[in-house]
Design a protein around this ligand. Structure first.
Ligand SMILES: [Zn+2]
Length: 258
């Protein structure tokens, strides 16, 4: 195997893990936004209920003032009756009084309706406040859990990056350069194992002389797949070696003794 290819393979493995981590970390803002949206919905419901409550209260106050003003008119009309000279004027005044009293009854009925609605609004506001408090508490604890998860992943990311840089420093720069060029074109996999007589990267069957060149134990050349251009290796894959020790990693040890 070409010197440095083994380390390059480690770099590739770590880069793939780092890409997975980055994708996972990129989902966090959306997860947090979804949690915030739930609390926000409860807040919006409460605001709407309070709005209805305050509008009803405002209408009720206005109706109460209307009642007072109609009552004042009735008092004035009644004061006038003493000075009435004709039956016709008297009848007109009585009609005015009846009209005003009718308005008073209507307004008082409406005030009553608003009082009943007000009780319902009070209940709804209380329920809305409770729902909001619960939603906020749930959001807070969900966010704390998410932040803890994010912190652990970020720590894992730093450890993996350090590990990756250590491995990369052992890879000759032309090889690393070649990897940098090829990896993005092949979903991060620029180094592929020989699988039987096939390139494990693109599954194309390799010509016998390519396989032979790869299998020469002392070979230090870079052998490429003629189909996909990936750098090939024939060796026990380092994936079978112990996984790199990573601080904060939650991966369970393989086949731990019982
Ligand atoms: Zn290939």
């Amino acid at each position: 195997m070409h010197p440095g290819l083994k380390e390059l393979l480690q770099v590739q493995t770590l880069d793939l893990k780092l890409a997975e981590l980055a994708a996972e970390l990129a989902r966090f803002p959306r997860r947090i936004a979804e949690i915030d949206a739930q609390a926000e919905a409860a807040r919006a419901v409460l605001a709407k209920t309070r709005e209805a409550q305050s509008a009803s209260l405002k209408d009720r106050k206005k109706l109460e003032l209307d009642v007072e003003s109609w009552k004042e008119k009735v008092r004035k009309f009644k004061d006038q009756t003493a000075q009435i000279k004709t039956n016709e004027a008297y009848r007109a005044l009585v009609h005015e009084i009846e009209t005003a009293e009718n308005e008073i009854r209507k307004a008082e009925d409406a005030v009553l309706d608003h009082m009943v609605a007000g009780e319902e609004h009070d209940r709804q506001v209380k329920a809305g406040e409770k729902a909001l408090a619960e939603a906020e508490a749930a959001a807070k604890s969900a966010k704390q859990a998410i932040e803890a998860e994010r912190a652990a992943l970020t720590a894992q990311q730093s450890a993996l990056r350090a590990e990756r840089d250590r491995e990369a420093s052992a890879v000759p720069s032309p090889l690393l350069e070649r990897y940098r060029l090829y990896a993005p074109r092949h979903h991060g996999i620029a180094v592929a194992q020989l699988d039987g007589e096939t390139c494990s990267g693109c599954r194309v069957h390799l010509r016998p002389h390519i396989v032979q060149r790869l299998k020469r134990a002392e070979t230090e050349e870079i052998v490429e797949c003629e189909s996909c251009g990936r750098m090939l290796y024939f060796d026990a894959p380092p994936a079978a070696a112990p996984a790199p020790a990573v601080a904060g990693s939650t991966a369970a040890p393989e086949s731990a003794p019982q």
